[in-house]
Design a protein. Structure first.
Length: 741
């Protein structure tokens, strides 16, 4: 089995476990070797954890064939082994000096160093305890819950960015803009392992900054790139936690299960690429001495870079010319053009190109820092409020006539139409979304490139900018132009604005005044139309994913949890349309505050009037004020007209003082669960309280019995609204009040 085959199998198992609403990267229990009790780590831990839950009743013990044989067990007939792998790309070797002598420290002990070797990948196979006959007995082993705090502190100190501790802010985050992490105080976490897990997660995000490993990290919430970056941070933090022998407990990750599932189901998704990013991010945080090498590797994967050394900018981009594959421009600190040209030879890497350019211009190549390409926008003049309508021959963005230019604002979704193509597979005149057009072009590109052919195609995009309809027209050569449409437009505009020779020809052809209008129009497309279309495409993708998920929930009878998700999905669709409306009006869009799933959990069921008796569920052992909270809730529910079952009062006088703590808890749960069975709904006092074992059991039982779960706020709010409705006098129908009851 190859590495890619292993990762493909793992991806299948991850999809299965995500479909069950379980986060495979935060296991409740870690898979371990049944003989040595050694816990598995990395992708092996995820593979075996998923297999244990899906196929083997949650048993986390695994054995090689020989280990099972030594225990006197055989593999049951028809059972298949699960693959695990061994990977190594470094070894510890004695350090030697220039003369080949082994280096000793002050105490005369040999000094060792980590040396990189060609990667070794080997697959071996293991069987779960449930696949063996007889099933091995459970050991009475008490697992060591201690962790390496010193290593955790070392990793924390390796943070590449500043960490701010804010006692007022309870939400941890990494800000790409300020390149800083904000965390709550350590004392606000239940224990240090949760603090370290959260810190590692945000530190993992910081490694993706443009000046480091340059991942795509500034993405709107709910988009596929956003889900992928969260996945990288999740698995990186898990890897760091495993290296500290620590349970990973990042609290916000469960909210991303749905978006991860959608991302992983995409045919183009490769879990192996995620683990590749994780490996680099974890190495970046654990081994600061490797950062320069990792940054150089990230640069070599790019076709375009903007670097800054404190005084000058260097813009480097790859050309289509094999003889001179690199085009570069040097700017001063105000982005004024100083020098540039084309050079290089076929196969030259990005880092080699940067070194050569730096040496030629007497610059230090070691101090270049990568910056965002958007910095180049500073060199462009301020853009007028409205796009300029130009001569049709040179106007990619234009209104069809004066009436449309002054028409009332009209909110539209950008529509792509192909107006000409040499291939009948391209539908002429059919309206498509940007995503649909990109998928079509991607398929055709793959086919034509494999046959080394090209295909001329022309397209137009109708969209709205500041409430005014616009029409962009351009050509696309399939088999040669390989970027999505919006990136293709951006590349075309950048190419024009950097091509001084073409600009001079247009200036001579059309005159200074007309050329100024052409130049201004190109800048408007790049600075305003391209970002607008990118935002629309993100909204299209979010809408498409949400509608696809809604379709899977369309059935005659739905569960309470499915109904909650339907309400949440509808809120997302409303939010998408509101953002689109703002976008078309030229108003600010807010991609970072979409509806949250937790706001739609435990909502009122479809027939709330049937709820009469309610059972109150909340944390008890973990809450020192539980008696007061339960009593207050009971009084509020009684006042609203419900028969409230308070489990705190329910067990009074029914528990013996001679019972142990464990027996007391068990007997109390028996009494409470019997009462819960006869309730019409379970009222949740605190959604965070699901960390309570008792609440976990209560909510699980209620779900299995199809008893709706509602929050205290939801049920009281509904009762209040219902009371107001009943108090309104009926104007047309005398019996309206009776019918409402």
């Amino acid at each position: 089995m190859t590495y890619q085959e292993y990762m493909n199998l793992l991806q299948t198992k991850v999809i299965d476990i995500l479909n069950k609403g379980i986060n495979p990267w935060q296991p409740a229990d870690r898979a371990r070797n049944g003989v040595t009790d050694r816990r598995y780590s990395g992708a092996n831990a995820v593979m075996l954890y998923c297999s244990s839950l899906i196929l083997h009743e949650g048993d986390m013990r695994w054995y090689t064939f020989n280990q099972a044989k030594q225990l006197g067990c055989s593999v049951k007939k028809g059972q298949k082994a699960t693959p695990a792998y061994f990977f190594q790309n470094t070894v510890e070797r004695a350090k030697k000096d220039e003369d080949g002598n082994i280096v000793k420290d002050a105490n005369g002990l040999t000094v060792y160093e980590t040396v990189r070797i060609p990667p070794i990948f080997k697959v071996y196979y293991v069987f779960n305890a449930r696949q063996l006959d007889p099933i091995p007995r459970q050991k009475d082993t008490k697992y060591d819950d201690s962790y390496d705090k010193e290593m955790a502190e070392t990793i924390l100190s390796n943070t590449p960015v500043r960490i701010n501790y804010d006692e007022r802010n309870k939400i941890p985050f990494y800000s790409p803009g300020s390149d800083e992490i904000t965390l709550p105080l350590r004392s606000s976490f239940p224990d240090l392992t949760e603090f370290y897990s959260t810190a590692f997660h945000e530190m993992a995000h910081s490694t993706g900054a443009i000046s480091r490993l340059a991942r795509e990290i500034a993405n709107p919430f709910g988009s596929e790139p956003y889900a992928i970056e969260e996945l990288v941070a999740e698995i990186t933090a898990l890897s760091l936690s495993e290296n500290c022998n620590m349970q990973y407990t990042h609290k916000s990750s469960a909210a991303y299960i749905g978006s991860w599932l959608q991302a992983i189901k995409d045919p183009s998704f490769r879990l192996s690429s995620i683990y590749s990013s994780v490996s680099k991010a974890a190495r970046f945080l654990e081994h600061p001495e490797d950062r320069e090498r990792l940054i150089a590797q990230a640069r070599n994967n790019e076709d375009e870079l903007l670097l800054f050394n404190g005084e000058k900018y260097l813009h480097v981009q790859r050309t289509d010319d094999g003889e001179e594959p690199w085009d570069y421009t040097i700017y001063d600190s105000n982005l004024k053009d100083l020098d540039g040209g084309r050079f290089g030879k076929e196969g030259m890497k990005t880092s080699e190109a940067i070194d050569e350019i730096s040496k030629y211009h007497d610059l230090d190549p070691s101090i270049w820092k990568r910056v965002d390409l958007a910095e180049l926008d500073k060199s462009r003049p301020e853009i007028v409020a409205e796009p300029v309508a130009l001569n049709k021959k040179e106007t990619p963005i234009q209104t069809e006539n004066e009436e449309k230019a002054t028409a009332a604002k009209k909110h539209v979704i950008p529509e792509v139409r192909f107006t000409f193509s040499e291939n009948y597979h391209v539908p002429i005149g059919k309206n498509m979304t940007l995503s649909e057009a990109d998928k079509l072009l991607s398929t055709l590109n793959e086919d034509y490139r494999s046959h080394e052919e090209t295909l001329l195609t022309r397209f137009e995009i109708a969209f709205s900018l500041d409430g005014t309809e616009q029409l962009y027209k351009d050509k696309y050569v399939i088999g040669k132009d390989d970027k999505p449409l919006v990136e293709h437009i951006e590349k075309s505009m950048n190419s024009f604005l950097k091509n001084k020779g073409l600009q001079e020809k247009l200036r001579e052809k059309y005159g200074e005044e007309e050329f100024a209008r052409i130049l201004e129009n190109k800048q408007t497309i790049l600075n305003r139309a391209v970002p607008t279309l990118n935002c629309h495409q993100s909204l299209d993708e979010q809408k498409e994913r949400t509608e696809s998920m809604l379709e899977t929930l369309t059935k005659p009878k739905i569960t309470t949890v499915e109904r909650e998700f339907i309400e949440y999905s509808k809120a997302i669709l409303d939010w998408v349309e509101q953002q689109r409306s703002n976008l078309n009006d030229g108003k600010a869009v807010n991609f970072f505050n979409p509806p949250q799933l937790e706001d739609y959990q435990y909502i009122m069921p479809e027939n709330p009037e049937k709820i009469k008796t309610v059972y109150i569920s909340g944390p008890i052992t973990a809450d020192p004020n539980y008696r007061e909270r339960f009593k207050t809730a009971e009084e509020s529910l009684s006042k609203a007209g419900y028969t409230a079952i308070n489990p705190v009062e329910l067990v009074k006088g029914k528990l013996s003082e001679n019972m142990s703590a464990a027996e007391t808890w068990r007997r109390a749960m028996e009494i409470d669960l019997e009462a819960l069975r006869h309730s019409d709904a379970v009222v949740i006092l605190d959604k965070k309280g699901l960390e309570s074992m008792g609440m976990d059991i209560e909510t699980h039982l209620a779900t299995r019995l199809n008893i709706p779960l509602v929050t205290l706020d939801h049920i009281l709010k509904w009762s209040k609204e219902q009371t107001k409705t009943e108090d309104v006098p009926a104007k047309k129908e005398p019996d309206a009040r009776r019918l409402m009851r």
